[in-house]
Design a protein. Sequence first.
Length: 230
Amino acid sequence: MDWISNKKFLAVYSGVLTLAFAATLLSGFATEKRRMQIDELDVRRINIVEPDGTLRMVLSDKAEFPGAFIKGKEYPRPDRLSAGMLFLNDEGTENGGLIFGGMKDKSGKVTAYGHLSFDQYEQDQVFTIDASEDAGRRESQLAIWDRPDYPIGQVLSLPPQKWQQFVESHPRAHERIYLGRGDDTSVALRLKDSEGRDRIVVQVRPDGSPVIQFLDETGKVVSELPQAKH
């Protein structure tokens, strides 16, 4: 009887050791970082997240492009009809993005655009780079903006049809610096005051003539180089 009991004990003991070893091995695999190498991958959307699940970036096609995110909550943006990338801060709030697109329709009309932006904390874009084409009219520009202090979530929590009404009843955003090419082929640097009014304009006009203008708050040119001929 003792021999039989010892045999059973050894069998049980051996089984326990095997299970313990397997558990240790598997737990080691579970905690080990995994790296995958792949030559090509077709996806419609990729979400980049932190270990705690906080969303930090989205790379998406047009069909799956998300709405706006404020502290991890997504708000619908039916006006977003582009492919691109969305950047989010450490709190899961949107703080910039890159969108792009273009096509030629059946009549041969070309439309194309690209837009890169960086946002103020819980507000809209304060630095943008844009390029666009519409039926042969081409523009490209860099712009810097002043934004109001209210959280943009106050707007996004409303139905889209009320967004414009909200914006009109609150402090507005103002463009402060513009550097770009207009659709008339002119190029210009426009420095603006806190109300978004041009105060200094350095421009090369479509005919190739250069001009520097100084303006007052009403938009009147108070000084110009070279001086305008009368």
